[in-house]
Design a protein around this ligand. Sequence first.
Ligand code: GLA
Length: 319
Amino acid sequence: MPVIVSAPGRVNLIGDHTDYTQGLVLPMVLDVATTITGDFTDDRSWHLVSDDEPLPVVLALPIERPDLVEPRWGRYVAGVLHELERAGRTVRGFSGRVSTTIPIGSGLSSSAALEIAVARVATADDSMSDTEMALLCQRAEHLASGVPCGIMDQLCIASGRAGHATLIDCRDLTIEHVSIPSAVAVDVEFVAPRTLAGSEYADRVAETAAVERIIGPLRDASPESLASIADDTLRRRARHVISENQRVRDFVAALGAKDWVEAGRLMTESHRSLSRDFETSNATMDAAVERTLRRPGVLGARMTGGGFGGCVVALSSVE
Ligand code: GLA
């Protein structure tokens, strides 16, 4: 029987660079997705062609080094299959096709969607919880790309619901589905291509770890604790994370109170914090946010996701 699975892209409404210090994030799934169709086979190999890539991926199981697989898009597939076998799962052979409507390399988590789609195929007859699947795919992403990403993308994609944002507590991995009211619209605009591999993403992970060695877990830290960080850069990194966790709470409260203006303001403030304190924006993204903010009806805008390019997400009121 043919297999058809898909996994959506995601955009983050607010709460960036908080997931890897056990903070709060509020991403939502998009109506673009990666789809895999195909059939299980009787041999121990995976064969995938892609509508978007010139070369197919051919993988013999078991896979020892996902990070060395060519072509490179196969590393995400290999990472997931490697982790599944390491977790004691039996992986059947598969032959199929990948297609996607998620713009690749735009910061909307096309790689996490591919990982979750592969995991859904490979666990088709032996199901796995959303959280377990997300954690497995996060490990696969680490292996495939070398980027020490947090859990946000994979967990949002594994568990998200249409029309809802996913409030994730990255400490205990609990999830709350937050309905997006019809009085507001969420728009995503692609600005510039980006890749987190080779970016300063890993530096930010290291800097926040250095902060935590001084003041303890950022998740528990208060703005008062900033005074005990002597280094200016580390203090600004901490200020972003501490204030961003609070903005996620405030944003959810603002949606609940139907205070769209406040929700928009918090998104714009989040962008400024990412730009000034966390330094994961750049001139192109800053200019795109300012341009978006001048559009009629826009209540707030920010760069979304890992940064250094990608997309701007905006909140607007619907007349
Ligand atoms: C990327 C990572 C996520 C998260 C964001 C920033 O999307 O994959 O884990 O850290 O950047 O919020």
